[in-house]
Design a protein around this ligand. Structure first.
Ligand code: IMP
Ligand code: MG
Length: 185
């Protein structure tokens, strides 16, 4: 692991795009929406790691109806821009989702590949319903036709860090979403 100076680390944080306060308000709204939408049968939140761990931690505490949690590590494999239709699961959620309203919790929808494949896979496991909530959506970058059911923020085509999102595994612990400055010294 290379040494990174604090000055270099900080210089890559170009500007705050979404503040802690804005995130807090939007998460509260998303929790209230989930509370209102479901019929009392248990909700299973499936968090796609690692990026969504901070969002999941806040979202689950904004939900007041019965809910369980699962974690999944998934990567999609593509030949060029074509989906192989294969998603490689490095850590899986339970095999049988029957009896649950499943909500996939993701940090960001970028090309759409990961969630396109994960939703296809999980829908074969008999959930009562299957929805996707994402903290961020970057629609300009889409290569497969995928739309989340609920997206808290739509952002332009920028690389962002913080609140769970990383660049080279760093910056996940920033409490806000920032634009990453690739070219900063
Ligand atoms: P996909 O391209 O929609 O399959 O997204 C794959 C993954 O890329 C996301 O779950 C994120 O972990 C990561 N990703 C996409 N855009 C960004 C970004 O701006 N910052 C950090 N991670 C990103
Ligand atoms: Mg991710």
């Amino acid at each position: 692991m290379e040494t990174v100076s604090l000055t270099e680390f900080q210089s890559k944080i170009r500007r705050v795009l979404i503040s802690e306060e804005e995130i807090r308000e939007a998460v509260k709204k998303a929790g209230a929406m989930i509370d209102a939408e479901y019929d009392g049968r248990p909700i299973l939140l499936i968090s796609i790691l690692k990026g969504s761990f901070v969002f999941l931690a806040d979202l689950c505490r904004a939900i007041h109806v019965p809910c369980e949690l699962e974690f999944m590590v998934a990567k999609s494999y593509y030949q060029g821009t074509q989906s192989s239709g294969m998603v490689q699961i490095h850590m899986d959620a339970r095999a049988d989702l029957s009896g649950y309203h499943v909500i996939i919790v993701e940090d960001i929808v970028d090309t759409g590949r990961t969630l396109n494949d994960v939703t296809k896979l999980l829908s074969t496991r008999n959930p009562i319903s299957l929805k996707v909530v994402t903290l961020l959506d970057k629609p300009d970058r889409r290569v497969v036709d995928f739309k989340a059911d609920y997206s808290l923020f739509t952002i332009p085509d920028l690389f962002v860090i913080g609140y769970g999102l990383d660049c080279g595994e760093m910056y996940r612990n920033l409490p806000y979403i920032a634009e990453y400055a690739e070219d900063a010294e």
